[in-house]
Ligand binder design. Structure first.
Ligand code: 7TS
Length: 410
C-alpha cells in the first residue's frame, strides 16, 4: 500500500511548527527523525504509571517496568527478524553498539598482524573505533574503495579481504551518498574469506525492511532516534553464540550472576552487555516507534522515500541544466535511498543551509561525520537533504526555491 505523507504528518506535532514565519520543512532525517504522538505518549504513559528500575524489584512497578522493557526488546528483535531475542542488546546508539564490538569482541579476537576491513564511505562511528582497536593491538586497518559513481568497488574487495582478515565492517546505506550497498553479497564474500561481519545499519533499519537472517551478518548496529524513537537508545544485534563467547564490554550492576570481592561471573545474554540502569523509558519509546513504523509498513516507507529521492534528483538536474551549478553525490536514483547530498557552485554548504533555514527548510551542511569520503570526493563539505515518511514533494519544491534564492544572493 502506498503511504500518504499528508495523513501521516498529523502524527508528528513538531511538523506544525513555523520557522522564521514559514511552515517547517524538515529535511534532516538522516541526522535524526521527528517523533510521532504514539511514541511521545508511550513514554509519557510509562513515566506516569509504570516507571521503576528493572530486573531487581519484586514490587509491582518494577515488574511492570521490566515487562515493558523486555517487550520492547521483543519488538526490536522481530523488526529485524533476529532469530533469538538474546541477540538484541540495548545500547545508547549505533556508535555505542559498534564500540561494544570493537572493545569486547575486537580486543579478544583481533591480534598483531590481523586485519580489519572498512570502506571509504563509512561514518566516523564505523572508522574511529577500528582505528583505536587496530592501533592498540598492532593490527592493520584496511580500506576498500568507492568508485567515482559512489558505489563500493567490489573488485577492490578481493584485495582488501586477501589476508588474515578478522572483521569486515561496512554501512548498509551511506549517510552521504545514499548508496544502498549489496550487503548480502559483501557479507557472503567476507565470510568466505574467514572474516566476521558487522553491518552499520544506522541508515537502513529506519528506512527499509532489514532482515539479519537474510543478510547473514554477525553484528548489526542502529540507533533509535533515527527511526521515530527517542534519543539515548539504540541496539546491537549479535549472533548469540558469538556474544556468549565475548567478554563483557562494561562492568557493573545488572551484568553479573555472582560477585565476590575477588571476582565475578557474568549474567547470561542479553544482560551481560547491559551494565547499569539502562535507558528504560527510551527503550519503551523505541518499542512504540517499531510498532508505529510497522503499522505504516516498511515497504511503503521505502517506496515513498525512493520516490522522493528520484523527484529531488530530477529537480536538482533542472537547476543544473540552467547553469551547470550542481554537483550531486552518489549513484543514480534506482540505487539509492531517500537522501541527496550536493554542492552548489559558488555557495558554501553552510551558507546554503542558512538561507534555507530562513525559508523554514532544515537541511544539514558539513562533512556529515564522513570526512574520508568527502576527501575522496575532493570536498570538505556538502549540503544534504534527507527524507522520511512524512516528507512531501511540496517540501522538495521549497528546497529548490530556497536554492534559487541562495543563488540570487551569492
Ligand atoms: N552510522 C551511520 C551510517 C550514520 O549515518 C550515523 C549517524 C551513525 C553511524 C552514528 O549514529 P549515532 O546515533 O550513534 O550518532 N549519522 C548522522 C548523520 O548523517 N548526520 O548526523 C548523524
Amino acid at each position: 500500500m502506498k503511504l500518504d505523507p499528508n495523513t501521516l504528518r498529523a502524527d508528528f506535532p513538531i511538523l506544525d511548527r513555523e520557522i522564521h514565519g514559514h511552515p517547517l520543512a524538515y529535511l534532516d532525517n538522516a541526522a535524526s527523525s521527528q517523533k510521532p504522538v504514539a511514541v511521545i505518549e508511550a513514554i509519557d504513559r510509562f513515566y506516569r504509571a509504570h516507571y521503576a528500575n528493572i530486573h531487581r524489584g519484586v514490587h509491582t512497578l518494577s515488574e511492570e517496568a521490566t515487562v515493558a522493557y523486555e517487550a520492547a526488546r521483543d519488538k526490536v528483535a522481530a523488526f529485524i527478524n533476529a532469530p533469538d531475542r538474546r541477540g538484541v542488546i540495548f545500547t545508547r546508539n549505533a556508535t555505542e553498539a559498534i564500540n561494544l564490538v570493537a572493545y569486547a569482541w575486537g580486543r579478544t579476537n583481533v591480534g598483531p598482524g590481523d586485519r580489519v576491513v572498512v570502506t571509504e564511505m563509512e561514518h566516523h562511528s564505523n572508522i574511529v573505533p577500528w582505528q583505536m582497536l587496530t592501533q592498540e593491538v598492532g593490527a592493520d586497518l584496511v580500506t576498500f574503495a568507492t568508485t567515482d559513481e559512489g558505489r563500493l568497488d567490489l573488485d577492490d574487495l578481493d584485495r582488501a579481504l586477501d589476508g588474515p582478515v578478522k572483521l569486515l565492517a561496512f554501512s548498509h546505506v551511506s549517510n552521504v551518498l545514499g548508496t544502498v550497498n549489496p550487503a548480502r553479497e559483501i557479507t557472503a564474500r567476507a565470510h568466505a574469506a574467514g572474516a566476521q561481519v558487522l553491518i552499520d545499519a544506522a541508515q537502513s533499519v529506519p528506512h527499509l525492511p532489514v532482515d539479519v537472517q537474510a543478510l547473514d551478518c554477525d553484528f548489526l548496529a542502529f540507533s533509535g532516534h533515527k527511526m521515530c524513537g527517542p534519543s539515548g537508545v539504540g541496539a546491537l544485534y549479535g549472533r548469540p553464540e558469538i556474544l556468549e563467547a565475548m567478554p563483557p564490554f562494561m562492568g557493573g550492576g545488572g551484568m553479573i550472576r555472582r560477585v565476590t570481592c575477588e571476582e565475578s561471573a557474568w549474567a547470561s545474554l542479553p544482560a551481560k552487555f547491559e551494565a547499569g540502569t539502562p535507558a528504560i523509558a527510551e527503550a519503551v519509546g523505541l518499542g512504540a516507534a517499531v510498532d508505529y513504523l510497522s503499522d505504516v509498513g516498511m515497504a511503503a516507507i521505502w517506496a515513498h522515500e525512493r520516490e522522493l529521492a528520484a523527484y529531488a534528483l530530477e529537480r536538482l538536474a533542472e537547476l543544473d541544466a540552467e547553469n551547470s551549478c550542481m554537483r550531486v553525490l552518489g549513484p543514480p536514483a534506482g540505487e539509492r535511498c531517500g537522501l541527496v547530498s550536493f554542492t552548489v557552485a559558488g555557495i558554501h554548504p553552510h551558507d546554503l543551509a542558512q538561507v534555507l533555514d530562513w525559508e523554514g527548510v532544515a537541511i544539514r551542511a558539513g562533512h556529515h561525520c564522513a570526512q574520508p569520503l568527502h576527501q575522496r570526493c575532493g570536498l570538505t563539505a556538502s549540503a544534504r537533504a534527507s527524507f522520511y515518511l512524512y516528507n512531501t514533494r511540496d517540501e522538495i519544491d521549497r528546497l529548490i526555491v530556497g536554492i534559487r534564492k541562495a543563488q540570487d544572493m551569492f
